[in-house]
Ligand binder design. Structure first.
Ligand SMILES: Cc1cc2nc3c(=O)[nH]c(=O)nc-3n(C[C@H](O)[C@H](O)[C@H](O)COP(=O)(O)OP(=O)(O)OC[C@H]3O[C@@H](n4cnc5c(N)ncnc54)[C@H](O)[C@@H]3O)c2cc1C
Length: 401
């Protein structure tokens, strides 16, 4: 029997598990031939792209409802070490007991985390990056009282824009008619520097529509429970500062003796094998894979899902001595939620606008509420969608533009 071990039950890890089971089925082998195990600290797959929405506690899927029907063994534990010479992973179980998990092939799919800045008062920051972070913000907003309906969002990138356009309505819902104020702070001199000039007019229109104040060319200098101070000396009275800037790959990547990029992702070859490390694959936010035309993947579900499916297919093929397939995701698209104003869909790496307003918002709702969820309680549906030739979500996007 061969052991395939997957670290992480997010978008890449869940689909890697399904991809590996699918590969075993395709080879006509019994379950015992390849044992697929997924280890995650949590019991749920967190739907991270929805954590900027209200009531984020809903944004989860029980891992057992996806992994159970397809016979994947789940271990609820936090991985603490990876020994690539001994091909063994160390973890701590829920009961605090250490575990050793051997593997023949490993897929590292432990995701990424936003990194809090080294500013005074950083412990007062909120985030929408993790389920605990987003839930803490949600409860905090529910407890705000008169005179406290000002929020500051730091970072004018993808996540910052989504939460900044969403927050005015979320504050209004608890403000009982009082004025609300949202300030977006971005250190560069444009909003959405990484999104490029294409969607910027739509983004600015949406921020204006939501009444969000924009402060460009400044950073967060410090904060305490009642105020934020910006690098130009501006003081904003607020109890709600949401940090969105600077994603880094899981620190578990540093336990693998491969080369890492500037955000900690492991360099992988076209088959998603970590370059220079036998038996180890990486997928999702931990992997710097090359997508179409030489572009390196974004830390996104859009790339994590096809990477997961392919990493699973390839570890399955690898242990069975079958040929590996290359990574070839569908063309890059972006669908950015712009709050009550709508959304903006862009196509390609130059992000040319394809849809805006209500139409794009409808698409974003479908992506968030439907397409990014794995099927549950249905082995046939899960394994059918695990085919690495099916790349979410571009086929569906193509059908609508
Ligand atoms: C607010 C927000 C909005 C976003 N919007 C979009 C969007 O519109 N479109 C898009 O494509 N992407 C979006 N993203 C990005 C997307 O969510 C990530 O790129 C995606 O979740 C990456 O998938 P992953 O499987 O690599 O990692 P994750 O989804 O982060 O999953 C990693 C898993 O590994 C587990 N794990 C980590 N460390 C350990 C450990 N030591 N031991 C055991 N388990 C561990 C975690 O518990 C987690 O379950 C958004 C992200 C955020 C936060």
């Amino acid at each position: 029997m061969s052991d395939v071990l997957i670290i992480g039950g997010g978008f890449a890890g869940v689909w890697a598990a399904a991809g590996a089971v699918r590969a075993r089925h395709a080879a006509g082998l019994a379950d015992e031939a390849v044992r697929v195990t997924l280890v995650d600290a949590a019991d749920d797959m967190v739907i991270r792209p929805r954590l900027y929405e209200s009531d984020p506690g809903r944004m989860r899927v029980a891992l057992d409802r996806v992994l159970g029907p397809i016979g994947v063994r789940r271990v609820a534990a936090t991985v603490t070490g990876i020994d690539t010479d001994a091909r063994q992973v160390s973890a701590l179980g829920r009961d605090g007991e250490p575990l050793e998990l051997p593997y023949d092939r490993l897929v590292l799919a432990a995701g990424s985390r936003v990194v809090a800045p080294p500013v005074e008062g950083a412990e007062h920051l909120f985030d929408v990056d993790t389920m605990p972070g987003a839930s803490r913000l949600h409860s905090h907003i529910g407890r705000l009282q008169e005179g406290q309906f000002t929020a500051v969002v730091v970072g004018g990138g993808f996540t910052g824009i989504e939460i900044a356009t969403e927050l005015p309505d979320r504050l209004r819902a608890v403000a009982g008619g009082a004025d609300v104020r949202v300030v977006l702070v971005e250190q560069s001199d444009v909003v959405g520097p990484e999104l490029g000039p294409g969607p910027r007019p739509e983004i600015l229109a949406a921020l204006g529509h939501a009444g969000v104040e924009i402060r460009l060319g400044v950073r967060l200098a410090s904060l305490d429970r009642d105020r934020a101070t910006l690098s130009d000396g501006t003081v904003i009275d607020t109890r709600t500062v949401v940090w969105t800037a600077g994603m880094r790959a899981s620190t578990l990547t540093s336990q693998i003796p491969g080369t890492r990029d500037s955000i900690g992702r492991l360099l992988v070859d076209e088959h998603l094998r970590v370059v220079g490390v036998d038996g180890v694959y990486a997928a999702g936010d931990t992997a710097a894979a090359v997508a179409e035309n030489g572009h390196v993947v974004m830390q996104s579900c859009q790339h994590a899902v096809p990477q997961g499916k392919l990493a699973g297919a390839n570890v399955g093929a690898d242990v069975l001595g079958l040929p590996l397939a290359p990574f070839s995701p569908n063309p890059y698209v972006t669908c950015l939620d712009l709050g009550p104003y709508g959304a903006v869909l862009t196509l390609g790496w130059d992000r040319e606008i394809a849809q805006t307003g209500v139409e794009a918002k409808q698409l974003k709702k479908s992506i968030n509420a439907d397409w990014i969820y794995p099927p549950v309680d249905d082995a046939a549906a899960i394994l059918a969608l695990a085919d690495h030739h099916i790349t979410w979500p571009t086929e569906a996007v193509d059908a609508r533009v």
